[in-house]
Design a protein around this ligand. Structure first.
Ligand code: GDP
Ligand code: IMO
Ligand code: MG
Length: 424
């Protein structure tokens, strides 16, 4: 049985926790998109892991971890992550596979990301400054890209890096008037990447298809969320990859029809980091209440997350685009204590009512939400592990979300820990 976990909002829905839980019944966990812009939290007992590149299955010692072709890998971050797990006696030796086709995020990508954001001033996208956009741009451009396979031939890579650095320096000087970068230290870093990463580099497409033929159970781990998808999200306020379920086949080389189940993860409210339209945003005491109670600060950048009500228009769109079979609804506990809770069931755009999400920043920024208001609950639900033991108002809230999205809520999060989860 193969499954895929995908975010249904603007990221940070709790995918790390859901993947960690589902990994218990999987053989292999696969990261197939994005890069170190992701921050997936897994809590195991007193340990809290913030994973940026390693699949969230990595904290379980027997799980095979795969990083596929479409992931842009910052080797510094990846090596740090591997070392950090090793310090906790969790070793990745013999169970980490990195695609030879995955692209490397190098220092000049991060520099370019930062310079571009700074130059945009108040029009900046609010990226994570992890070099994601510039690396994917180089991938699409082809001629100036570095892939994992390039680490196998260091002499050739040395020459390639010189060409790239000469090219980048012209751009940096012309556009940003900055000091030139030099190829030599970059090459030294690449040599150490080769030392550490070559044992893990392989043809992951072949590996995955062989594993499927052997009857292994594979769990695909989406990064970001459907609404941040480059093609189907709120462009230009998106990431630079196909972060919806649609990115999984091209991102891994495994066709979607070989996946039995897509599980969409959403929060019981909405958060967004970075710029872009957010119709149900509560830039007020309600948003602050959610931020404080849900600890809504970025796992990767520490930025405060923008908070707002659950948007059933947006989630229904994401359910459709990502072909989701069921929903994991996280952070139900965070809503406790609110007198009433709102769910957006439609938008009014230019006087017209619609319930289909416009994946276009200009149109979405004109949307005003039409809400359904339901009574809240005061009870602490962080110890509840049976749906029927939830306060009636919480149960009704879940049922309403199921009605509005047309999909069953089969997993409910009532806290960050593994055992703070309700299965239905
Ligand atoms: P991801 O990027 O989708 O993996 O999500 P993040 O890890 O960036 O952010 C989710 C945050 O919520 C993390 O701090 C999790 O530990 C935490 N979390 C996940 N599920 C729940 C839940 O049901 N309730 C609460 N209170 N926290 C949760
Ligand atoms: P996980 O996997 C939340 C957002 C950034 C910014 C936009 C573009 O943890 O859910 P980028 O650095 O990708 O060019 O930034 O996308 N973003 C995320 N927001 N969670 C993420 O990942 C994100 N990855 C990127 O905040 O708005
Ligand atoms: Mg995150």
């Amino acid at each position: 049985m193969n499954s895929c976990v995908v975010g249904l909002q603007w990221g940070d829905e709790g995918k790390g926790k859901v993947v960690d839980i589902l990994a218990e019944h999987s053989d292999i966990v696969v990261r197939y998109s994005g890069g170190a812009n992701a921050g997936h939290t897994v809590v195991v007992g007193d340990n809290r892991f913030a994973l940026h590149l390693l699949p969230s299955g990595s904290v379980r010692p027997n799980i095979i971890c795969v990083i596929t072709n479409a992931v842009v890998v910052d080797p510094d971050t990846l090596i740090k992550e591997i070392d950090k797990l090793a310090q906790k006696n969790i070793t990745l030796n013999d169970r980490l596979f990195i695609s030879e086709n995955a692209h490397l995020v190098l220092d000049y990508h991060k520099k370019e990301d930062q310079l571009r954001e700074e130059s945009l001033g108040k029009n900046k996208l609010g990226t994570t400054v992890r070099g994601i956009g510039p690396c994917y741009a180089d991938k699409v451009g082809r001629s100036h890209a570095v892939r994992m396979a390039d680490l196998r031939d260091l002499e050739k890579l040395k020459a390639k890096l010189q060409t790239i650095v000469d090219y980048k320096n012209k751009i940096f000087a012309a556009l940003y008037n900055t000091e030139p970068i030099s190829a030599a230290p970059l090459f030294e870093k690449c040599k150490s990447y080769a030392d550490k990463l070559l044992p893990f580099i392989t043809d992951t497409t072949e590996f995955l298809h062989k594993s499927i033929a052997d009857g292994k159970s594979i769990l695909f781990e989406g990064a970001q969320g459907t609404l941040l998808d480059l093609d189907h999200g709120t462009f230009p306020f998106v990431t630079s990859s196909n972060s919806s379920g649609l990115g999984m086949p091209a991102g891994s080389g495994v066709p979607a029809k070989m996946v039995d189940k897509f599980i969409g993860v959403a929060k019981a409210y909405t958060t967004r980091v970075g710029a872009g339209p957010f119709p149900t945003e509560q830039d007020n005491e309600i948003g602050q209440y959610i931020r404080d109670k849900g600890h809504e600060y970025g796992t990767t950048t520490g930025r405060p997350r923008r908070c707002g009500w659950f948007d059933a228009v947006a989630v229904s769109y994401a359910v459709t685009i990502s072909a989701v079979d069921s929903i994991a609804l996280m952070h139900l506990d965070t809503l406790a204590g609110l007198k009433e809770i709102k769910i957006c069931r439609a938008y009014k755009i230019n006087g017209k009512q619609t319930s289909f999400f416009p994946a276009n920043a200009a149109r979405l920024s004109q949307a005003s939400p039409i809400y359904e208001t339901v009574p809240g609950w005061d009870e602490d639900i962080t110890e509840v592990n049976d749906f029927h033991e939830l306060p009636l108002n919480a149960q009704n809230f879940i049922v309403l979300i199921e009605e509005m999205t047309g999909k069953p809520v089969t997993i409910i999060g009532v806290g960050p820990k593994r055992n703070q989860t309700i299965f239905r």
